[in-house]
Design a protein around this ligand. Structure first.
Ligand code: NAD
Length: 265
């Protein structure tokens, strides 16, 4: 048995770059029709769609700001209008606005919480409504699947990034609480906690000299690639993981294993 998504429809938020792009490409290869969400920069999202179509897959670029309620509703309505349903949500969009605690502005705090945490709430709530409204589709053992993109910083404190760490810590209990609430409806909700993955969100620390310092924090000895996360995402939303709900899969090369204690602490 392979991880397949044939006949299923997936919405991947923030899919014009980085992890979202990697997930959209792999899901399309696995047979899903994919809504490639972006907020700004239609060209990058269209390029992902063209890549998918060039491989024989189905996708369209869907603009929506995940922190805006009406915008999220429109994203789902457009996807259902185009593909008839939605079976999978990957709530992946996220950003950083870093500052030392005393210097962090309320605007920086609000921006990160509204995209990273409220955005996941709005998307997951809309997905749940759609799963319920459309009923049984017969394309998957579960009635619907939600995957939240968290971070190792849901457990590792991160000085200078209080807004980001708080948003990811929030995602952890948002995900588990929702999983508990809807498991009886055969709706599965899980999360991935990536470590350091080679994308633009952290290019300053994954390229050049920064990479050497970073490797000291990664027992497995390499920075991750978007495909590492995409494969884990495909597993979690496929029927291969049908008995998995409320779980966070760390895809981090061991970053969350307290590597500072490797040599007796
Ligand atoms: P990225 O910057 O390439 O991707 C983030 C995406 O979110 C972008 O496409 C961006 O346009 C989109 N986005 C931002 N604001 C949005 C909004 N209001 N509405 C819709 N989309 C919006 O970086 P990435 O590394 O691919 O990040 C993806 C997710 O993975 C984020 O949630 C991030 O916190 C998480 N993550 C990344 C790493 C890593 O090492 N790269 C580690 C842990 C967690």
């Amino acid at each position: 048995m392979e991880c397949r998504l044939d006949g299923q429809v997936a919405i991947v938020t923030g899919a014009s770059s980085g992890l979202g792009r990697g997930i959209a490409l792999l899901f399309a290869r696995a047979g899903a029709a994919v809504a490639v969400n972006y907020n700004s920069g239609a060209e990058a999202a269209e390029a992902v769609v063209r890549e998918i179509e060039a491989e024989g897959g189905r996708a369209f670029a869907a603009q929506a700001d995940v922190s805006d309620e009406a915008s999220v509703e429109r994203l789902f309505t457009e996807t259902v209008a185009r593909y008839g349903a939605v079976d999978v949500l990957v709530a992946n969009s996220g950003l950083q606005q870093d500052a030392a605690f005393a210097e962090m502005t309320l605007a920086q705090w609000d921006k990160v919480i509204s995209v990273n945490l409220t955005g996941q709430f709005l998307c997951a709530r809309e997905a749940l409504k759609r799963f319920r409204a459309q009923g049984e589709r017969g394309v998957s053992r579960a009635r619907g699947k939600i995957l939240c993109m968290s971070s190792v910083h849901q457990v590792i404190p991160w000085a200078g990034h209080a807004n980001y760490a708080a948003s990811k810590g929030g995602i952890h209990l948002l995900m588990q609480t929702l999983a508990q609430e809807v498991a009886g409806e055969r709706i599965r909700v899980n999360a991935i906690a990536p470590g350091a993955i080679h994308t633009r969100i952290n290019e300053k620390v994954t390229d050049g000299d920064g990479a050497k310092r970073l490797l000291a924090l990664i027992p497995y000895g390499r920075v991750g690639e978007p495909e590492d996360v995409a494969r884990a995402a495909l597993f979690l939303v496929s029927d291969m993981a049908d008995y998995v709900t409320g779980a966070t899969l760390f895809v981090d090369g061991g970053m969350a294993l307290y590597p500072g204690f490797r040599d007796n602490g």
